[in-house]
Design a protein around this ligand. Structure first.
Ligand SMILES: Cc1cc2nc3c(=O)[nH]c(=O)nc-3n(C[C@H](O)[C@H](O)[C@H](O)COP(=O)(O)OP(=O)(O)OC[C@H]3O[C@@H](n4cnc5c(N)ncnc54)[C@H](O)[C@@H]3O)c2cc1C
Length: 466
């Protein structure tokens, strides 16, 4: 098989990237080793920025059909003061509650014709013009570019020996989806606020409804800390965790699926190795605190997609591809940093003096500016890419303005192409004109007369170094 881009892994990152490349008319294959989608309990949310990106592409509705409802706010380190998104001028000022399997199902439906399941990458060779992939079944796939979206234990990363800087896990916890035999009436019936998730810190054992009579539970007690990541999660362990907090009031019905996760914190040193790029968990792993990993991966994909397409279509020089590392590595590093901070604050929940620090932090989060800062960081709404254009809007995400013709700016982004917009069309635009990149970030803003020049030089003026 020969394609322009081979994507390894059909998780949310690989599927979103496939969507972006298909939209641009690039030939692509998503090679996924599993024959079926995993039902493992992982992400349960879309952060506001991810909802915006999916809205820009017209994909959001298919995910909302599978959502178990909106979650009005977010959390930082499971502190009781919720994060509020209202200060970020977004129509999606909440999280979308949706199980990761459902997010993947919706994304896969959009690119089904290019997803090849049961195809495991076992080897690869990079030449000057192409990458050759060896699959476990003996087939070879040749591609101009390869994207490793093969998750935290990335085979590509190991085969290439790419440095994965950071530290190993220091703590381990359990996540499981269960049904209850009794006690449901003592719990919130809907998961509408992170307040349902934060609870009493001394006995922090989140248990919240995720639709269809199912509950998500997390255990972070001493027993979990001692366990190895691959130790199976047992019904007895869940029962013990429930009893520690709820006594005999809430009891286990069925353990549907359970696994362990850790706070290992690592990031690939270079997001690009020749003709290979890393995206999603293949590029960064961290404690899943605040609900950021899936969202980060989807946005890696949306950043890389249009750049690969522009180079493959002969519109942009290959150097444009270096801006992927320049833009996304710092974003990933920031998530690694904030999840480390959250890990410490969560760990302090059971320490008598640590609770004093948590209370102090909670008080700080009541200040609107602090709350807005943390909400912007965890949601991805505050991302601002480096820009050579001096205008205040440059590098920031385009706001979904109402247009004079009755539409909205995000509807203009459906095609995945660059969009030029004037204040005549969008009366609330804070510039005479803007040029917006396919991923929804303002490339240039200024006077109407400068638009043609900005369009003509657009690829040459994306900074490629941090
Ligand atoms: C307990 C837990 C809770 C989480 N909660 C949240 C949350 O609330 N919000 C959030 O945003 N994120 C959350 N995350 C993180 C989120 O699940 C990950 O960040 C996300 O799955 C990353 O997507 P990905 O596509 O990059 O990688 P993955 O989802 O890991 O997908 C990688 C794919 O590559 C395939 N693959 C691997 N090796 C090969 C190979 N050699 N050949 C072919 N295919 C291969 C795998 O089978 C897999 O399908 C959570 C994670 C955990 C563990």
């Amino acid at each position: 098989m020969q394609v322009d881009v081979a994507i390894i892994g059909a998780g949310p990152t690989g599927l979103m990237l496939a969507h972006e490349l298909r939209l641009a008319g690039v030939s692509v294959a998503v090679l996924e080793r599993s024959t079926e989608r995993s039902s493992q309990s992982k992400a349960l949310n879309l952060q506001p920025r991810t909802a915006e990106v999916l809205d820009m592409r017209g994909l959001l509705d298919s995910l909302l059909e599978r959502s178990f409802g909106n979650i009005a706010d977010g959390h930082f380190a499971a502190l009781p003061e919720p994060l509020r998104y209202g200060g970020w001028r977004t129509r999606h000022d909440h999280q979308v509650g949706i199980a990761q399997t459902d997010t993947e199902r919706a994304l896969e439906a959009a690119v089904a014709e290019v997803v090849r399941r049961g195809r495991e990458l076992t080897g690869l060779d990079q030449g000057p013009d192409e990458v050759t992939v060896q699959l476990a079944d003996g087939e070879e796939v040749t591609a101009r570019w390869l994207v490793a979206a093969d998750g935290g234990r990335s085979t590509v990363r190991k085969l290439l020996g790419t440095p994965f800087d950071g530290r190993d896990a220091r703590t381990c916890a359990v996540v499981a989806d269960i049904t209850l035999a009794s006690g449901a009436e003592t719990l919130p019936s809907e998961f509408r606020s992170m307040r349902a998730f934060t609870g009493t810190v001394e006995t922090w054992t989140p248990l919240y409804p995720i639709g269809g009579g199912k509950y998500r539970i997390m255990l972070i007690g001493e027993r979990q800390q001692r366990a190895a990541k691959d130790d199976p999660v047992t019904e007895e362990e869940i029962r013990e965790g429930l009893a520690a907090v709820h006594g005999d009031q809430v009891t286990l019905g069925e353990l549907l699926i359970g696994s362990r996760f850790t706070d290992a914190n690592r990031q690939v040193r270079n997001y690009r190795e020749g003709r290979v790029f890393y995206a999603g968990d293949a590029a960064h792993i961290h404690l899943p605190a605040g609900g950021q990993g899936l969202n980060l991966g989807v946005q890696d994909a949306v950043n890389l997609g249009w750049k690969l397409a522009a180079v493959l279509r002969g519109e942009a020089p290959e150097t444009l591809l270096d801006s992927y590392h320049a833009e996304r590595h710092p974003v990933g590093a920031r998530v690694l940093q904030n999840t480390r901070a959250q890990g410490i604050l969560i760990g302090l929940a059971r320490d008598p003096d640590g609770t004093a620090l948590r209370e102090t932090f909670t008080t700080l989060m009541e200040f609107p500016e602090v709350n807005r800062y943390l909400a912007g960081m965890v949601s991805g709404l505050d991302i601002r890419y480096p820009s050579d254009c001096g205008h205040e809007l440059a590098g920031q995400r385009l706001i979904d303005y109402d247009l004079a013709d009755g539409g909205r700016t995000f509807e203009r982004m459906r095609s995945g192409e660059w969009v030029a917009l004037t204040a005549q069309e969008a009366p609330k635009l804070e510039a005479e004109a803007v040029l917006v990149r396919p991923d929804g970030y303002v490339h240039w803003a200024g006077e109407r007369a400068g638009l043609e020049a900005a369009l003509a030089t657009r690829f040459g003026s994306v900074p490629v170094t941090t």
